[in-house]
Design a protein around this ligand. Structure first.
Ligand SMILES: Cc1ncc(COP(=O)(O)O)c(C=O)c1O
Length: 362
């Protein structure tokens, strides 16, 4: 049975927080962190205000700073590269693997220089990045797992549970939502103490109100959000199963469209945590015309994701140009995100598939 994203449990939990009077820095935050960490089989988690905040604090925890280079994927939401810039470091892009759409380990290896101090792989569209290959370099890693809650690596480790700081995002379209919010999973108690301080203006845990022993930010999450997050954790398996089932319907319904790129199937033991259903229009079709055609037939779709290195800010700042990362650019130019949410019905999927077939047939 398809489940609503938010239900009575969340409503009740929010009301309880409102009545408790403790809207921030309350007991639901550590409880949310404990249960999230437990689910991923990792020692610690720190709840923060967004996935971007989690990425930023994760990079700080491993010591990325001014002048460093961080090798990352150009096929991601812009936040993964922006977080590197927040630290005064340079995002060095490496092309992606055409099957998984994650950073290509060979391209990543080639992009490493003596200034590289970290790697920032992204588990794009919920498919596990090849961490075992990247770990071989011995460099610190921060994982962007913002789209990958529920994904599992081939060795059975949940994505975010390998011991590197891993950032999750809880924006409204994510597998688990708190409206806005994020989580950083951490293996080390030292990292946890630093992150907890830095999310709260640099306050040390044993200090009173107005003493701060380091630079920090306001990256706090509220108790209201944490209460929603706890309810969402209770229903997460059901919601993930609903998304996986909708993806299965799409796969069947779209199988007959020649040249259409579909999300890669799970392979080698890796398991996707379904987040979006993104297809690539067949070569020779203009993606934006396809999106307009779908809209005329009542289907909302999005050009998702654009390549980060070709965004105007990144072009101007770093002089990036088309042709630098050909696999990423080809995929980005042809990608369309189709309607995708847990309550999607088989009939709705069939209508989207028919509309797409009609538009591509014109
Ligand atoms: C790959 C990726 N990285 C980072 C983020 C940033 O998360 P947030 O919007 O919670 O800051 C998102 C989500 O929007 C994302 O999809």
């Amino acid at each position: 049975m398809a489940q609503p994203v938010l239900g009575e449990a969340e409503e009740q939990a929010v009301i309880e927080v409102l009545r408790s009077g403790q809207l921030s820095l309350g007991p639901r935050i550590p409880e949310f962190e404990r249960r999230f960490a437990e689910r991923l089989g990792i020692a610690h988690a720190s709840a923060v205000s967004s996935g971007t905040a989690a990425l930023h604090l994760g990079l700080r925890a491993i010591g990325v700073g001014e002048g460093d280079e961080v090798v990352t994927s150009p096929f991601s939401f812009v936040a993964s590269a922006n977080a590197i810039l927040y630290q005064g470091a340079t995002p060095v892009f490496a092309d992606i693997d055409a099957r998984t759409l994650n950073i290509d380990p060979a391209a990543a290896a080639a992009a490493i220089t003596e200034r590289t101090t970290a790697l920032l792989p992204v588990h794009i569209f919920g498919y596990p990045a090849d961490l075992p290959a990247l770990e071989g370099h011995g460099l610190p890693i921060v994982e962007d797992a913002c789209e990958a809650l529920g994904a599992v690596h081939a060795d059975g480790t949940p994505v975010g549970g390998r011991g590197h700081p891993a950032a999750f995002g809880f924006y409204a379209n994510k597998q688990l939502t708190t409206g806005e919010g994020g989580m950083l999973t951490l293996a080390s108690a030292e990292h946890k103490a630093r992150v907890d301080s830095e999310r709260n203006q640099g306050r040390a845990p044993d200090m009173g109100w107005l003493d701060h022993d380091r630079l920090g930010f306001n990256y706090r999450i509220t108790d209201i959000q944490a209460a929603i997050g706890l309810c969402q954790l209770d229903r997460l398996d059901g919601m993930l199963a609903d998304r996986a089932r909708a993806a299965g319907w799409y796969r069947e319904a779209l199988a007959g469209i020649e040249g259409l790129g579909l999300p890669c199937e799970d392979a080698g033991g890796d398991v996707r945590g379904w987040f979006v259903f993104v297809v690539q229009v067949p070569r020779g079709h203009d993606r934006d015309t396809v999106i307009r055609g779908l809209r005329e037939l009542g289907v909302q779709s999005k050009p998702y994701l654009p390549a980060i290195h070709l965004m105007s800010f990144y072009r101007e700042r770093f002089g990036h140009r088309p042709g630098q990362f050909p696999v990423c650019e080809d995929i980005a130019e042809r990608s369309v995100a189709l309607p995708f949410f847990p309550a999607l019905s088989e009939g709705q999927v069939a209508r989207v598939a028919e509309a797409l077939a009609r538009v591509l047939d014109r």
